[in-house]
Ligand binder design. Structure first.
Ligand code: PMP
Length: 421
């Protein structure tokens, strides 16, 4: 049985608004999802009843805030199958969570002769970060190839992951191709060679059941704002012994145990990695987002998204002058589809769709090297969440036909390139 989108949509008042005098069709969920009333009510409840700094005050409000903030770590641990709050560090977003591993673990451990393996389909949050760490440490950076159908070349992965490899950093779900990568197999391969694996869960944790134990991930990074939670909060899951062995990345208050003029020692996990005043309201609201998604059921979320993606892909398959990227409809993929309409620049298309009230994303989606491989400057991405419906995809398809009709009046790719020069 599918999701009851009528009921779900009532939790998201923003979906009732109009854009350009037409009902909003929000298909930019891979960039950020909307927030249900249950989540922002939790946020408001914090500010209206027990706003206080955590771990500091010996007063009732601070105790209440501390308890709720700590319980939020427990809730997120449960959401991804971690072994308790010690394994969940709150960060600003996925990007910061990845940088925490890069600086807390990578810089301190990697030397010339070591290797980092990542993939050609990584978001810049991973790709640029590991480029920087490779440059700083002298480690070799290797990329697993993407095949023509948008999946990872596992033969190539087996060639690249050898005993020199200390770290493998891989997106669980590609934010452009929608590919669901075989993280479990990559984790087994990495561990066989004595390395650790960091999984970029920015697109997977919000959209499918993710269990760190099943994946055997050493680290998992994800963002609150892509999973019906607030902005300004993300998570780094780390296996306890990995986090214990890792150096802090930010220093200051709250992350210390004892300080003298000469030295300092670190607080227990996870607080050792949460320097300064943390995102308290955001953390508590993120736990409410986890409750919200679990009430729907993550299996149901995955099925819903996959069905919408399949529907759009089947329709695009029937249109000659639209090219989409990533695995064909029959292969498991996530609820996003990136495409180009022949002869129409992505920015024009996105603007035209906005005229129909449709929000999509156009550009390189922070994956410039992947777009180089696809041999296009960018793409237009439609991405779905729990509140999207087939009829919204029909609206998109009608609007794409409108773009095709108006093609001759829109700027050509060549013209856009000239402007950019
Ligand atoms: N990785 C992937 C796969 C993503 O899709 C994104 C967000 N587009 C990120 C990392 C970075 O997430 P954030 O901007 O929340 O740090």
């Amino acid at each position: 049985m599918g999701l009851d989108t009528d009921t779900i949509r009532r939790d998201f008042p923003i979906l009732d608004r109009s854009v350009n005098d037409t009902p909003l069709v929000y298909l930019d969920n891979a960039a950020t999802t909307h927030t249900p009333a249950q989540v922002y009510d939790t946020y408001e409840d914090y500010y209206s009843r027990y706003n206080a700094n955590v771990h500091r005050g010996i007063h009732t409000l601070s105790h209440e805030a501390s308890r709720a903030y700590e319980a939020a770590h427990d809730r997120l641990a449960e959401f991804v199958g971690a072994d308790g709050r010690e394994e969940i560090v709150f960060t600003k977003n996925t990007t910061e969570a990845m940088n925490l591993v890069a600086y807390g673990w990578g810089v301190n451990r990697l030397d010339p002769g070591d290797a980092i393996v990542t993939t050609e389909m990584e978001h810049h949050a991973s790709l640029v970060t590991w480029q920087q760490i490779a440059e700083k440490t002298g480690a070799d950076l290797r990329y697993i190839r993407v095949t023509a159908d948008g999946t990872l070349d596992m033969e190539h992965a087996r060639e690249l992951i050898d005993d020199d490899v200390e770290l493998v950093s891989v997106a669980h779900v590609s934010n452009v191709l929608g590919t669901v990568n075989p993280v479990r197999d990559l984790a087994a391969l990495t561990h066989d060679h004595g390395g650790v694996i960091l999984v970029d869960g920015a697109q997977s944790v919000p959209t499918r059941p993710v269990d760190v134990e099943t994946l055997d991930a050493d680290f998992l990074a994800f963002s609150g704002h892509k999973m019906a939670g607030p902005t300004g909060i993300g998570c780094l899951y780390g296996k306890r012994h990995r986090l214990e062995a890792m150096e802090p990345f930010l220093f200051g208050g709250e992350m210390i145990s004892h300080v003298t003029f000469d030295d300092a020692s670190w607080n227990d996990l996870p607080w050792k990695f949460e320097a300064g005043t943390p995102p308290i309201a955001e953390g508590i609201a993120l736990a409410a987002a986890a409750d919200y998604l679990d009430d729907i059921g993550m299996d149901a979320v995955r099925e819903h998204e996959a069905a919408l993606a399949r529907y759009l892909i089947d329709e695009l398959d029937a249109r000659d002058d639209i090219e989409y990227y990533g695995p064909p409809g029959a292969v498991e993929r996530s609820g996003l589809v990136s495409f180009n309409v022949d002869g129409v620049h992505g920015h024009d298309l996105s603007e035209l769709l906005d005229g129909h009230g449709i929000a999509v994303r156009a550009g390189d989606h922070c994956t410039q090297p992947l777009h180089d491989i696809l041999d296009v400057p960018g793409s237009v991405r439609a991405s779905f969440y729990v509140y999207n419906t087939r009829s919204e995809i029909d609206t998109l398809l009608d609007a794409l036909e409108d773009a095709q009709r108006k093609r001759d009046h829109l700027l050509t790719d060549r013209y856009h390139d000239l402007i950019a020069e």
